[in-house]
Design a protein around this ligand. Sequence first.
Ligand code: SF4
Length: 473
Amino acid sequence: MNIQKLQHRFKERCGVVAIASKSKASNYIYYSLRALQHRGQEAAGISVFNKKIESHKGIGLVANIFDDEKLKSMKGRNGIGHTYYSIKLSKPENAQPTIIKTEAGEVALAHNGILINAEKLRKRLKRKGHEFELGCEEEVVGYLLIDHLNSSGDLINALKRTLNEIEGSYSFTMMFNNRIFGIRDPLGIKPLCLGKFADGYIIASESVALDVIGAKMIRDVAPGEVVEITSKDYKSHQLFNLKHRAHCFFEYTYFARGDSIIDERCVYEIRKRVGWRLAKEHPAHADIIIPVPDSGRAHAFGFSLGSGIPLAEGLMKNRYIARTFIMPSQKLREITVREKVNPIKCEVEDKRVVLVDDSIVRGTTMKRIVDMVREAGASEVHVRIGTPPLISPCYLGIDMTTRDQFIAHDRTVEEIREILNADSLGYISIEGLVEALQFSKDDLCLGCVTEKYPMDIPPEKHRFQHTLKEYRY
Ligand code: SF4
């Protein structure tokens, strides 16, 4: 398996939604997708069932793709939706949901995650005569499902067989004709939750997508569980029961919205605990704590509580910069950082400052912020980070693909401090992070900070004695 090739093709972290409702689903899906917009801004799509599956997809933000007229024209009561994150969407048609139409039925799939054996499965399916139009991994899952359905005749059975074959991270919402499902991978790497609202049931990546339509959270979809929803009820099929889970810690420290509840934990509370712990592990003699907006806010609040040092705004974010384009030169990249955040001079002047952020990847943004805060008159600038040093790629759904992109990959903390031009630098320890998350270490994916992954990803080391294959029925 060529992981580099896979990584190049499938860089994504996304948001998924499914609705089964007594009234039109498209509006509910639309608002839920908007609540998940932080999970992907590249493209979005909605598919509903109205005698057949009807879809509308586009490039850009959810609000720019759908208008009143479009939502009104989508009449089905059941449907699924997707927000797509990618460095560069290879084809607009690859926006999800992915639709596969066959004689056995129509399948719509929305996926958050990465399948590490998609290429292998695609080759096998090609040999069997399937023609792939889109080149995405959801097409592979769709054809596998159809093949198994043709041989077994039962959808749940076909799903079992399909999930038995795919490896990687996945939270799917799926529509098979008018039947709606939420599917979470056996290790629970990606989040997925179930809720109920006045008109029916919802499944979504994060609880904020439930909140926005007034749905109450019932529970998380369990790792290895398939949940089918209708407007009146839901049904669970627990297909895998692995000894360990492998929740992605990065969901808690960075990706998910702070107001989400994931696997019974409040994301904001966890970030605060990380900050509190960071203050104990790496105290600083300082006058003010400044969060790097917005990602470092909760961590900084926790650091302030843990250290007794007051929290100050310090950096102002321009909220109207929707996204940053990849800039061709260092000079332009610097302008981009300054366009996004700017120091509040009167807050930082002559102060010893602690800058708190959730994580450092390349370090270029943090270096620029340290320089800006110094230029604004801070007497000392200390940096504290709520994720242990990122040293290793993510193969399971996050856009961190090569070791050389991480400033921490081949440097000591002291070397990084020098590059950042900070007076001191402290990262939360792995133990501190695990304690703040309140999971057992064996139930987390920590691959990008430990280089040990929760499944067999050659040539990387895997963490458990067992690979997923050994858990198959
Ligand atoms: S490697 Fe890191 S970012 Fe990727 S799933 Fe694991 S914890 Fe999350």
